[in-house]
Ligand binder design. Structure first.
Ligand SMILES: O=C(O)CCC(=O)C(=O)O
Length: 273
């Protein structure tokens, strides 16, 4: 399943993508991440991307009554799946991709110590799907201090279908938040937001305090992405505890002001079904 991306320290630029893409967690990639709080690496080749799309299609077809968590949002075309979480116990290929091998090793290289999978989600952002308010992930994480997340693009993500925007060099502190746990509007306006287009098979790694946001999907193409989060292994294997705590903290499925609650902060702008 793993991509056939060869070793080598050189970053390459993809057509239409401004930022460097490193072949894997090279010294240069780690240095880029430590300086800016995010970095792009090439993860999957075309065949691996095709397999990943099949796996994700299969997950999307899973029923609602399993132990995984499916969430839906209302779009102008009716209810659409917006997120699935807690799926690695139930899918061998996705478990091997996210919880073993190159992904965990890259997370460890970026953290500077061995890593373990903390949680995982698929954000589907279907045509007409909503975006995410500016936030940092750290306030939503329980039990761990040292973590890194990433977005593995399943489909090409661009400005039209709601790719991520990040702020470079701004991961030293947790910024002032509003009542929803998102970055306060007056602070958001002072930040320098950078659009990061990500080709399918490429991974955008980001620090848990790197400010990020995304717009709605205004295109006619779905924008699906895997988001595993890793924590330093010395802090423990806390995946099961994370999901137990998340379920305990979720008060109801209706969310705030008619929006869907998918996270421990109210960053998601999707309408409830
Ligand atoms: O998938 C996106 O567009 C943004 C996701 C995100 O920031 C999140 O799930 O916290």
């Amino acid at each position: 399943m793993r991509g056939s991306v060869g070793p080598g320290a050189c970053a390459r630029s993809l057509p239409g993508v401004g930022q460097p893409v490193f072949s894997h967690a090279t010294t240069d990639a780690v240095e880029f991440y430590r300086r800016h709080g995010w970095v792009l690496t090439a993860t999957l080749d075309a065949a691996a991307c095709a397999a990943l799309r099949d796996w994700v299609d299969a997950v999307m077809a899973w029923p609602d009554d399993g132990e995984w968590l499916h969430y839906r949002e209302m779009t102008d075309d009716g209810p659409r799946l917006c997120r699935t979480e807690n799926f690695v116990p139930f899918h061998t290929g996705l478990r091997e991709l996210l919880a073993t091998g190159a992904m965990v090793e890259t997370a460890g290289a970026l953290l500077g110590e061995p890593a373990v999978l903390y949680k995982e989600k698929i954000n589907y952002k279907a045509v007409g799907g909503a975006g995410y308010a500016p936030h940092q992930d750290a306030p939503a994480y329980r039990f761990v201090e040292s973590h890194v997340s990433c977005m593995v693009a399943i489909d090409d993500a661009d400005a039209e279908n709601g790719c991520l925007e990040v702020v470079s060099d701004a991961f030293d502190t947790v910024l002032p938040m509003d009542d929803e746990g998102c970055i306060r509007a007056d602070v958001m306006d002072t930040l320098d937001w950078e659009t990061v287009e990500v080709r399918a098979g490429t991974t955008l790694w980001f620090h848990s305090r790197t400010p990020h946001r995304s717009g709605p999907n205004r295109s006619d193409r779905d924008r699906r992405a895997l988001y595993p989060t890793y924590n330093a292994r010395r802090e423990g294997d806390l995946r099961a505890a994370y999901y137990q705590q998340k379920l305990a903290e979720f008060t109801d499925a209706g969310g705030v002001d008619g929006r869907v609650q998918v996270s421990l902060i109210n960053d998601f702008q999707g309408r409830s079904v």
